[in-house]
Write a protein that binds this ligand. Sequence first.
Ligand code: R5P
Length: 292
Amino acid sequence: MHVIGGSASTALAERISRELGNAPFGIPFVKRFPDGELYVRVGGRIAGEDVVLVQSTRSDQDVLELLLLADAIREAGAHRLFVVVPYFGYARQDRLFFPGEPVSARALARHVALDADAVVTVDLHSPDTLRTFGKPAFEASGIPAIARLLRERPVDLLVSPDKGGVERAKRMASILDRPWLALEKKRIDSEHVELSLPAQLPLDLEGKHIVIVDDVISTGGTIVEAARLLKRHKVGAIAAACTHGLFLRDAFERIKAVSDALFSTDTLDNPAEKASVAPDIAQIIVRDLAHA
Ligand code: R5P
């Protein structure tokens, strides 16, 4: 088994190779031609080998690099290609909101999987997207990784900022043996949300250590509103935790200003305190793919 790290996921790919018993690890050569077109080249003796290609698709350039690398790995004679997309971009457009739109998540899934024997990703916005890859597809969760970080810290309550995140909050709550609740969320536009507490609370919030858990932090609007709402109820400390930390523009600073700690996994590079999903991805590769 060889591991190749695309330029969006080099550090995580190396961690995955270590989790796979120090599997040979390579970084491809990537450059741009003068006209802006992308060029990639993979090295190493991968003919006849199973190859794990790791590349998050945060930007359109990341998607293109993944497609070129997958083709290069096939051309180099790899036996099987497992494509790991730790952060799968476009995942939030997973259905039609208005007529005339694409289901972007499905469109990307089909293409990312073209040269792959199987795909592994982490905390998709909607698990239904897994079925659209058209190949065996597996989803790791960022929750166990973040729970490993939180285990040594004071946590009284896990909070999901919306109903869509209930399963994540419940899973974290069950690992840490703590209660959870989900806020009511109304999205005003792509940057603004209105949040409120549910009628029934599992405990009195005053003085408590709260962790807000989300799949993605993008503009930070959701977490900032959630933190403000909780502060109005005199909680003791607020931490924000997410699987995918995009932290657009000044999101990181805005969240730091209203919280006491900020955690994310390493599916994306960002300045938050990190929990690695490498063990969780490696477990899927070993358990579900290597001997298939
Ligand atoms: C929405 O359904 C997601 O789970 C996240 O809550 C959302 O994408 C976060 O976005 P932002 O940081 O821009 O509020």
